[in-house]
Design a protein around this ligand. Structure first.
Ligand code: PLP
Length: 448
């Protein structure tokens, strides 16, 4: 063992796989035919067999600046040597202050205050708690109801699964938060199949919020949380005008609007945040993933001036929000995030999803007509190919295509059910797009 070899063989397949209980994974199936990544650079992973695998998903929607970017790697190394950890409760260190200012600079205008977390799930639960406490601080403590949306994914905390709308993430866990309701989802293949960009039909689905207001009374509703583009349910896009209508209804009834931008943040749809791309400003934005380019766990909640101000009213010596994490504003994560934001800015990466959008759109829609392709959806540098389900075994065809793409065509995609989702690092060029879709087309042709 040397100083540069700490003795953890990270690039060799492990001899034993029993102890590790893998998340969101069919453990026994996986361990029979593992997909193990050993290293990564730019647009590519290398697996433990030494094969180069094209990253069509930016890891798990997070490595927006591509892998192993020197500036980010250096920043983490330097920070680990300088200050490995510092508490953030009644203590601090400089980096979260710097990072919060940088985030406030790129966020939509009134969202100028930042609360740090370590993940998307924590960001969501933090945002829900802030929304509840905000109403209470203003003397409207009866506003306790939270509204999510069918097919929404907001992480795995009890708050997130309660407002989330994916049955598998809820049904095994018994009780969820009380007083939660859900808007209808916006996926409508009948009317919008093979739409390019935002679907034309469905803005009226936002009126579902009016229905819930009538049912529960506005005075009981604290907040509505939606993903501007739902990612984990298989890339479900907001119909044209839908988010605007949601905003109007929230305003009419004093309900906070939360955009969960854990996936859509940091350039995925062509601006820093989807809020800017779609011209709708929420009261709170939740983020994670691309914030630190996936190089260190980190999340952040951006809140408006008005919300922040509501907390800053009492005596100065009183803690305003009884909430936080041991690792909120962790030095290594802050260093990674600052270097990530520099990389995005220097390389103009937030614009890539605009400049390449048309090429990406044409490429993904070229798969129309391949066997079992039921729908194709795209916006910015996100896309999804929905395959018809095999009768009686939903998800089987999607999983087969996902595994084939990796093992036979050296392409990493995501599958949720029978939807194959793509969200490549934003550093890609047209030749990578060609390669992604050549490989995906071959995969789909081979998948019965
Ligand atoms: N919210 C959204 C919209 C997400 O897509 C995700 C993860 O994919 C989360 C929350 C949860 O993030 P994490 O896995 O970092 O807890």
């Amino acid at each position: 063992m040397t100083a540069s070899d700490p003795g953890y063989p990270a690039t060799r397949a492990p001899e034993r796989t029993d102890a590790y209980w893998m998340p969101f994974t069919a453990n026994r199936q996986f361990k029979k035919a593992p997909r193990l990544l050993a290293s990564a650079e730019g647009m590519y992973y290398r697996d433990t067999d030494g094969r180069e695998v094209l990253d069509g998903t930016a890891g798990l929607w997070c490595v927006n600046a591509g892998h192993a970017r020197p500036r980010i790697v250096e920043a983490i190394k330097r920070q680990a040597e300088t200050l490995d950890y510092a508490p953030s409760f009644q203590m601090g260190h400089p980096l979260p202050f710097l990072l919060a200012e940088r985030l406030a600079d790129i966020a939509p205008a009134p969202l100028k205050h930042v609360f740090f977390t370590n993940s998307g799930s924590e960001s969501v639960d933090t945002a829900l708690k802030i929304a509840l406490a905000y109403h209470r601080a203003r003397g409207e403590g009866q506003r306790t109801r939270l509204i999510g949306r069918e097919k929404g994914y907001h992480g795995v905390g009890f708050g997130g699964i309660s407002v989330g709308g994916l049955a598998n993430n809820r049904k095994f866990f018994g009780a969820q938060l009380p007083g939660v309701d859900h808007l209808r989802h916006t996926l409508d293949l009948e009317r919008n199949r093979f739409s390019r960009g935002l679907p034309k039909h469905g803005a009226e689905l936002a009126e579902d919020l009016e229905r819930l207001v009538q049912l529960h009374d506005a005075s009981t509703i604290a907040a509505v949380i939606v993903e501007p583009v739902a990612g984990s349910a298989g890339v479900i896009l907001p119909p044209e005008g839908y988010l605007q209508r949601l905003r109007e209804i929230c305003d009419r009834h004093g309900i906070l609007l939360i955009f969960d931008e854990v996936i859509t943040g940091f350039g995925r749809v062509g601006e820093a945040f989807a809020a800017q791309r779609f011209g709708v400003t929420p009261d709170i934005i939740t983020t994670a993933k691309g914030l630190s380019n996936g190089a260190a766990p980190m999340g952040a909640v951006l809140v408006s001036d008005a919300i922040h101000a509501a907390f800053m009213q009492g005596p100065e010596e009183v803690i305003e929000l009884f909430h936080g994490y041991t690792y909120s504003g962790h030095p290594l994560a802050c260093a990674a995030a600052l270097a990530t934001l520099d990389t995005y800015r220097e390389e103009g990466l937030f614009r890539k999803a605009i400049t390449l959008e048309r090429y990406w759109e044409d490429a993904i829609h070229s798969l129309r007509g391949l066997p079992h392709v039921a729908d194709i959806r795209n916006i910015g540098l996100v896309g999804a190919v929905e395959l018809e389900s095999r009768p009686g075994v939903p998800g089987a065809r999607g999983y087969e295509a996902f595994a084939r793409a990796f093992h036979e065509h050296a392409l990493m995609v995501r599958c949720t059910g029978d939807v194959l989702a793509l969200s490549p690092p934003l550093i890609l060029d047209e030749s990578h797009i060609d390669r992604i879709f050549e490989r995906l087309a071959a995969t789909i042709r081979a998948t019965a």
